[in-house]
Design a protein around this ligand. Structure first.
Ligand SMILES: C[S@@+](CC[C@H](N)C(=O)[O-])C[C@H]1O[C@@H](n2cnc3c(N)ncnc32)[C@H](O)[C@@H]1O
Length: 241
């Protein structure tokens, strides 16, 4: 996938946070519409791969409006508690409304913070997840070291991120969809013409799955596995501390 010349892929933290503040109100609707509801399936698969034990404490980094946190607490494993961290105040505000509406304020705590300085002590969570957030983090290696630091020994990290499909036919279709349809529909529904052009541009700059697996190992994880979902549209990395 090529980066359209006019699209800024600046990953300056304040700009990224501002961009998510701007689209927070329409974020969930757009996620579900643009992925055809698959985003819910991808998050559920990431949660299953974490193999949470009853009563586990989960960090949902880049939690946004809290969909992964809500799915984890509402899943099959009883007693899961989540700390959701994000640097966009507006995304968190919309997340808080959903958490309260679900009556889960006692189980999901939403905290403002940066992925490169996770506001949690060493070895304090059983598992961690980042859904569609790591691509936006400027100092990705530092963030991965932070995820490793806050995990207990043996704890798992699940990272969901978009990929660049290579399957003939799907590659062309997805390329057209993400370069043409997605920015147009995104701009129409969110009213922000930049944010949904930034999405395909930033995806094209994210490392290939083998390379990202290597980055995770270098950050301190002992084993890393990955699998492609929906023909390589999304990759799930599972790393164990
Ligand atoms: C595409 S959204 C994903 C939200 C959510 N995880 C989901 O699955 O829908 C990316 C989120 O990452 C957050 N984010 C990006 N970089 C961050 C950073 N360095 N620290 C904290 N949050 C960050 C953004 O504010 C945004 O809410």
């Amino acid at each position: 996938m090529t980066t359209p010349a006019s699209v800024s892929t600046s990953r300056e933290p304040a700009k990224i946070a501002g961009m998510f503040d701007g689209i927070a109100r329409r974020y969930d609707t757009l996620n579900h519409v643009l992925s055809g509801g698959l985003d819910l399936v991808w998050r559920r698969r990431a949660i299953r791969a974490l193999a949470l034990a009853p009563g586990a404490r989960l960090l949902d980094m880049c939690t946004g409006t809290g969909d992964l946190a809500l799915a984890a607490v509402g899943g099959a494993v009883p007693g899961v508690d989540v700390v959701g961290v994000d640097f966009s105040g507006e995304m968190l505000r919309h997340g808080l409304v959903k958490v309260r509406a679900a009556g889960l304020g006692g189980r999901i705590r939403l905290v403002r913070g940066d992925a490169t300085r996770v506001p949690l002590p060493d070895g304090s969570v059983d598992a961690a997840a980042v859904a569609f957030g790591i691509r936006n983090v400027v100092d990705r290696d530092r963030a991965c070291r932070e995820f490793c630091r806050v995990l207990k020994p043996g704890g798992r990290l699940a990272v969901l991120e978009f990929g660049n499909p290579t399957l003939p036919g799907w590659k062309q279709l997805y390329g057209w969809y993400s370069r043409v349809v997605l920015p147009k529909v995104g701009a129409m529904i969110s009213g922000d013409s930049v944010a949904y052009s930034y999405l395909p541009a930033s995806i094209s700059q994210f490392p290939e799955p083998d390379q990202f697996a290597e980055d995770l190992r270098r950050s301190g994880f002992s084993t890393v596995e990955w699998k492609a979902m929906t023909f390589g549209t999304v990759y799930l990395h599972i790393a164990t501390k």
